[in-house]
Design a protein around this ligand. Structure first.
Ligand code: 0RA
Length: 671
């Protein structure tokens, strides 16, 4: 088809850049100079954010009821294509910018907002920065719009148009939509490798939250593909979250209402576990830190169940008082709100601040839950009885906690006996290593910098908290010593006091073998379920001990993985072929070290931390100048929950399926 200039362009100024263009360039330049201000960071997380940003724009069309199909493809060259069947980005002349609206949307910061497409904008935290930010951070980007029976297109490099908007073809007038393909700029991002699983998690979540849309994801590199469409919406979402937990309820309870343009949807059920799992959303954004919608829900749940239980004579109010926690034991819940002007607060800007939302959610949930309980007395009774059992266990837990407190008061310092504390007292400059095993603990104590590094050796495996109630958790010796060493209490929100935390960094140091990885997972599960704030504030780390020691001539080198080992061997021109072809000598030393020897070199694989002497441990794993530590983060709360529940929970079948299917992925999420 012939390249024809689109009408709007023919009326454009011909004399190159006007003042508007210069402003645009300055805006884009700033995005490229300070990308973190717009997308958080330039790691894998920021990279995936680019894709979310483009998809969010299509979801906006879907929220307005104009679009029901969205597809995302990771192309072979690692670029991303997002296609939707919305109205298409307008291509006509923009009234004030004096160029095609399409070019304005793609190149001017925050231009999307000027169109005011619908009431519930996907904006908050780092979302809603606009597709122009994606454009600025892409080596190249190509947009195609189908609108009014025509196909328009424009190309960009680093956010700058390489030419005008062109009409490149014709289509059926009913065929509308937008196609965006972008290649993230590898001079800006640390990595430009998109991960199918990460994008898949977000798209699945979006499909549950917007039951009208069908979202397809395809990976042209691996040929993986998936289609998400959930007629049951968040009700199905709750079942998905709980698919490896047992519930006594056939269907989640579903509540839906609207007041003052604020829409509320809640689905929840109870399972046999002891944790609560509430995922909250505002305009499709996961509000990790909760906020007024969550408070409204909790208030309504506690009050309504309490009133009903007392009225139905299931709760004998003279015998026992139930707290909010009791009503949330074993609860899995999704709260999805649509709020016109959301105010986001908190450290990561994922806490809803709008005060009016609390009473709206509280009222809608209160009314409809009461109706449900009265109409379903059988289920109601089971729910309340479960809450009563929780209350009894809580009483036992309170006694156990009291015991720890009293014991602490009796002991001289209140700190666990085996903790080797550091001498500096400013928590922000201190770190604690939780070390697997007494022998590694001993080496770490000798090897550390005692001014700011504390060591707490842990004996064997800590309790699997996924299968235990709070009182059992608190009876466990290893967990008790972790809690007292950290000094900030336990629990998410009310009982955990971050200001009392005795260390700025908590570093898990486990062996690089199967047992070590199990212990690490148990520890991660503990922190995720009972001290989530430590993870959310970026204080939890995993130490990376080396896997290999390579002795060449008289020098020792350390490698942290297979690849690095090969690189070292290559760098020193060691003939590795000789080793592979004739495994000359493999020895197992007294300490269990496996040594492979060849001409002039020896490679030993560390089986455990205990094999390293204090100096080795310091220089390879603990010295802040030379070590690598991995920061633990929760990108997708739902995915994290799935990992812990499936790995550590009761049901064996889903666990097996999960390990078989996702062996590789689990490894990634471990960090
Ligand atoms: C501004 C105004 C209108 C639609 C859009 C933007 C739009 C943006 C994106 C981004 C990806 N897909 C999109 N689809 C639409 C409304 C145009 C009208 O009134 O027809």
């Amino acid at each position: 088809m012939a390249d024809k200039k689109a009408k709007p362009e023919s009326t454009q100024k011909k004399d190159g850049y006007g003042a508007d263009s210069i402003q645009v360039l300055k805006g884009l330049e700033h995005v490229r100079k300070r990308p973190a201000m717009y997308i958080g960071d330039v790691s894998s997380r920021g990279l995936h954010h680019l894709a979310y940003e483009v998809v969010d724009n299509s979801i906006d069309e879907a929220l307005g009821g104009y679009c029901d199909k969205i597809s995302l493809t990771i192309n072979k060259d690692n670029s991303i294509t997002v296609i939707d069947n919305g109205r298409g980005i307008p291509t006509g002349m923009h009234p004030t910018e004096k160029k095609s609206a399409l070019e304005v949307v793609m190149t001017v910061l925050n231009a999307g907002g000027k169109f005011d497409r619908n009431t519930y904008k996907v904006s908050g935290g780092l979302h809603g920065v606009g597709v122009s930010v994606v454009n600025a951070l892409s080596k190249w980007l190509k947009v195609e719009v189908k609108r009014e029976g025509k196909v328009f297109a424009q190309d960009y490099k680093a956010g700058v148009p390489t030419g005008p908007v062109k009409e490149i073809g014709k289509v059926n007038i009913k065929d509308t939509g937008t196609i965006t393909t972008f290649m993230p700029d590898d001079s800006i991002f640390n990595t430009v490798n998109f991960k199918f699983e990460i994008l898949e998690d977000r798209l699945r979540e979006l499909a549950y939250l917007n039951k009208e849309v069908t979202i397809t994801i395809k990976d042209e590199r691996s040929k993986k593909e998936n289609v998400f469409h959930f007629e049951g919406g968040i009700k199905e979402f709750v079942k998905y979250i709980d698919n490896s937990r047992k519930s006594f309820m056939k269907e989640p309870i579903f509540i839906k209402g609207e007041r003052d343009n604020t829409q509320v949807e809640v689905a929840f059920q109870y399972n046999e576990s002891y944790n609560d799992n509430i995922f909250t959303y505002v305009n499709d954004i996961n509000t990790h830190e909760g906020g007024t919608h969550l408070v409204g829900f909790k208030t309504a749940l506690t009050r309504t169940l309490n009133n009903y239980g007392a009225k139905a004579n299931i709760i004998k109010t003279d015998k026992i008082q139930l707290t909010g926690d009791d009503f949330r034991e074993g609860l899995t819940c999704v709260i999805s709100t649509k709020v016109p002007e959301p105010q986001f607060e908190g450290q990561t800007k994922t806490k809803l601040g709008n005060s009016e939302v609390k009473s709206i959610v509280e009222m809608i949930v209160g009314e409809q839950l009461q109706e449900f309980l009265e109409g379903n007395p059988g289920v109601a009774k089971k729910i309340i009885e479960k809450c009563l059992r929780a209350a009894e266990a809580r009483e036992a837990a309170r006694k156990a906690r009291e015991l720890i407190r009293r014991k602490n008061a009796l002991e001289f310092s209140g700190l666990p006996g085996k903790l080797a504390d550091c001498s500096i007292s400013d928590p922000e400059h201190c770190e604690i290593y939780l070390v697997e095993g007494d022998s590694a603990g001993g080496s770490a104590k000798q090897g550390r910098d005692r001014r700011f590094q504390a060591i707490l050796p842990l004996k064997g495996k800590i309790l699997n908290v996924e299968k235990a109630r709070m009182n059992k958790v608190l009876e466990n010796d290893e967990i008790k010593s972790i809690i007292t060493a950290l000094g900030a209490g336990i629990g998410n929100s009310d009982e955990f006091d971050e200001s009392k935390l005795r260390y700025g960094k908590v570093i898990l140091m486990c062996d690089a073998d199967v047992d070590g990885s199990h212990i690490r997972t148990l520890l991660l599960t503990f922190f995720y379920r009972h001290m989530k704030e430590i993870i959310e504030t970026g204080r939890l780390y995993i130490a990376q001990p080396p896997l290999y020691k390579i002795k060449i001539a008289k020098e020792e080198h350390y490698a942290y993985d297979e690849n690095e080992k090969d690189q070292i061997l290559k760098r020193f021109k060691v003939n590795t072929k000789a080793v592979k072809e004739e495994p000359s000598e493999t020895e197992v030393t007294d300490s269990g070290e496996i040594v492979t020897k060849g001409k002039g070199f020896a490679i030993s694989r560390f089986k455990g931390l205990g094999e390293m002497n204090p100096e080795q441990l310091w220089s390879t794993t603990m010295n802040p100048e030379t070590r690598t530590i991995l920061q633990v983060s929760i990108d997708s709360a739902v995915a994290a929950d799935k990992v812990f529940e499936t790995l550590m929970g009761e049901e064996v079948e889903p666990r097996r399926a999960f390990i078989e299917k996702n062996a590789k992925y689990v490894k990634n999420l471990d960090i």
